[in-house]
Design a protein around this ligand. Structure first.
Ligand code: SAH
Length: 302
């Protein structure tokens, strides 16, 4: 069934994806998508991936190049125009494909997630000095003692969230911890609407600047304390936390739709990825997955 959907992507993922493998690999209480919904999702996703790719190629088109070896992407910021130079080799799809191959090797099987990871130019979310390392599978500093998450864990969390009883359909998702906006961009390719909250004002603004040239229409960025969630936009089919608390804030569990999935790192020095699924108005199941390493979840705004 995944094969049918995967064949419709404009991207050649077949070389890196074992399409016969089970989709998301959560080791308990997982239901499998129907072939119909999986195919429909794949088609929807391929449309979104294609339009993001178009926006990306426009944002870094040769018309914006000022000299050989560099590409300029133009970012409009209120009335000021900020020109940002990035080296061209990073725009190559080859390095991104290699990163996706690595993520697939590590066990991510969901072709929609792999396609989204391949479509988003991670180097545009990193400081120019670190951009040459953008397609290595590591976290990197983004300022304010925060990091851009490791690509594998970004893909893995989204895969787990998508492995729901709705066959991967996600109307509305919430991310806690926008940071530089990278994961929000990946989410925008697998969900209809993405809400993302950041508690550090300069990072909230950085994400805005990073996302603007990609012209992603379905992301809404909020500045605030994500531990409170976003009651005005709830319920969410999926919630992802990009920062680790000692427990998952109860407000976020309350804002899950029935059948919705929340994926979060939980712990202090030792952290594990946890999946919560809302099974009824009053019941949630919880599953502990693999070890992980995230920056801390903190209350309040700065
Ligand atoms: N999503 C990012 C990862 C950012 S790191 C990516 O795409 O790579 C995690 C972010 O969570 C940090 O920017 C941190 O400031 C933020 N954060 C921590 N606690 C938070 C809270 N209570 N509400 C909102 N954001 C929070």
């Amino acid at each position: 069934m995944k094969k049918e959907g995967a064949a419709r992507f404009p991207l050649t993922l077949s070389s890196v994806v074992d399409v016969k493998a089970k989709s998301a690999g959560v080791r308990s209480n997982v239901k499998v998508a129907t072939p119909q919904t999986a195919t429909r999702n794949a088609v929807q996703d391929s449309v979104r991936v294609a339009s993001l790719k178009q926006a990306i190629s426009q944002a870094s088109s040769p018309n914006n190049a000022n000299k050989a070896g560099t590409v300029k992407s133009t970012v409009m910021s209120n009335s000021t125009k900020h020109i940002d130079e990035r080296p061209t080799p990073l725009v190559s799809e080859g390095v991104r494909k290699a990163m996706v191959a690595r993520i697939a090797q590590l066990g991510v099987r969901d072709v929609s997630v792999l396609a989204a990871m391949e479509a988003v130019p991670r180097h545009l979310f990193m400081e120019p000095g670190l951009a040459s390392q953008a397609y290595t599978d590591s976290a990197f500093p983004i300022g304010h003692h925060q990091t851009i998450s490791q690509p594998y864990i970004v893909a893995r969390m989204i895969e787990i969230m998508r492995d729901n009883k709705q066959g991967g359909v996600l109307q509305r998702v919430l991310e806690i911890g926008t940071g530089c906006g990278y994961q929000a961009a990946v989410l925008s390719l697998v969900a209809k609407e993405v809400y993302s909250i950041e508690r550090i004002k300069p990072l909230h603004e950085l994400a805005r600047v990073n996302l603007r040239p990609l012209r992603v229409a379905n992301i809404r960025l909020h500045y605030g304390d994500g531990m409170l969630g976003l009651p005005q936009a709830a319920p969410f089919d999926g919630i992802i936390l990009a920062a680790a608390g000692l427990e998952v804030p109860p407000a976020l569990l309350e804002q899950l739709s029935i059948g919705g999935r929340l994926v979060a790192p939980v712990g202090g020095r030792h952290q594990v990825l946890q999946l919560f699924e809302r099974v009824s108005k009053y019941d949630w199941t919880s599953t502990t997955l693999e070890d992980c390493q995230f920056v801390p979840l903190r209350a309040g705004t700065i």
